[in-house]
Every structure is written in C-alpha cells, then in structure tokens.
Design a protein around this ligand. Structure first.
Ligand SMILES: C[S@@+](CC[C@H](N)C(=O)[O-])C[C@H]1O[C@@H](n2cnc3c(N)ncnc32)[C@H](O)[C@@H]1O
Length: 190
C-alpha cells in the first residue's frame, strides 16, 4: 500500500493499519452527505486488526453509533469474526454499507464483489490511493463502476503504527460507490 516503503513493509496479505483519524474524518463527511441508518447491517470484508491493533473501521463505526458491523479477513491473526477469503463465499445482499481499506493487489475484485453483496441502493466505500482511478488494468472496472463520490484526504497518512511520523508519499481517497447509481461523480477535498 505505501508508495514509498511498499517493498519493505508489504506482507503476504497486504496488512496495514488505517489510522483511525482518517476513518473518523471520512465518516463525519459521508454521514453528513448521505445519512446512514445506524441499525442497518454493515460489513468490513478486509477488517484487519491483530494482537496489537484494533480493526480500524469497525472501531470507528461503532464509535459513530453503527450497531451491526460484521467483520471478515483472510489472516488467521486478524481480529475479524470470520476468517476467510472474501472473494470466495456467496453472501446474501443484506448490507446497507460495505466499507474497507482492501489489499491493493485485488482492490478492484474486492470492490466488484462488494457491488454484489450490498443491498439495493446501498453504499460501498474503498480507501485507496488517489491514482486508483488510473491504469490500463482497471479501465473496464471504472467504465462500469457506480462511482458516486470521491473524498480526497488533504492530510497525508501513515499506515504503520510502529512509525507514527512516517507518512505515505501520495494522497489517499475514500471512493464511494452506490449500487445502481448512474449519475455524475462528486469530489470533495476533506
Ligand atoms: C490494507 S490492510 C487493511 C486492514 C484494515 N481494513 C485497516 O484499514 O486497517 C488489508 C487487509 O485485507 C486482508 N485481506 C487480504 N486479502 C483478503 C481477502 N481475499 N479476503 C479478506 N481479507 C483479505 C489482509 O489480511 C489485511 O488485513
């Protein structure tokens, strides 16, 4: 994930820890623009966490009053409720919101799976580098993705809590999709 120190820091399953301030900043804006039902089912399909660190999204979502956050991750040492490969199981589309920072190497596949697992008109949110919008590989993904809003974080983040002062060298954004959305995409700098 980190564009500067990716080679050094990458582990097999692309585990990084999203800073909770970044999730909090996004949820504040997202919920103001698109008020969320806090009683609805929410899924974080790449929830992360380990013996040292909390799962960033579930922790912050709960602080914002979301009552039903389900968690899944492929790593055995994750704190998720279900340890499995999100790309494998067929899930019932019961989630009003699917939100995560997915592994970069299969980010588009994770998003496409989430488009199927979210309920009608539900939102899908993926944190990625701003240049996720580019590349030949993802052209067909973007041509078909129901992209509604891109929230660009003006403040650079670090994804290694062991090195709190090390910031990534690129901007990140929360990409918001909505099942069935066909209108123009909005951009906010937050
Ligand atoms: C970039 S980390 C982000 C972790 C957490 N979402 C966060 O924001 O702090 C990506 C996470 O996805 C998990 N992961 C990788 N491939 C996966 C898959 N196919 N299914 C579910 N989880 C996966 C990794 O184990 C890792 O915890």
């Amino acid at each position: 994930m980190s564009s500067t120190a990716r080679g050094k820091q990458r582990n097999n399953d692309d585990y990084y820890v999203t800073p909770q301030w970044m999730v909090d900043e996004f949820i504040e804006h997202f919920n103001a623009d698109y008020p969320q039902d806090k009683d609805a089912f929410v899924l974080d399909p790449c929830a992360g966490g380990c013996d040292k660190y909390e799962m960033s999204y579930p922790t912050v979502l709960q602080q914002h009053g979301f009552k039903h956050v389900e968690t899944l991750d492929i790593r055995n040492d994750s704190r998720a409720n279900f340890i499995l490969d999100y790309l494998e199981p067929q899930l019932a589309p019961i989630y009003k919101l699917i939100i995560t920072n997915p592994p970069f190497n299969c980010s588009a596949e994770i998003a496409e799976k989430a488009f199927k697992d979210v309920s009608t008109n539900g939102h899908i949110v993926m944190l990625q580098r701003l240049n996720w919008l580019g590349s030949k590989k993802r052209k067909s993904f973007w041509e078909n993705a129901p992209l509604k809003h891109v929230y660009v974080h003006h403040k650079r983040a670090g994804f290694d809590p062991e090195k709190p002062s090390a910031k990534d060298s690129v901007e990140y954004a929360h990409f918001v999709f909505q099942r069935g959305y066909v209108g123009l995409s909005h951009i906010s700098i937050i």
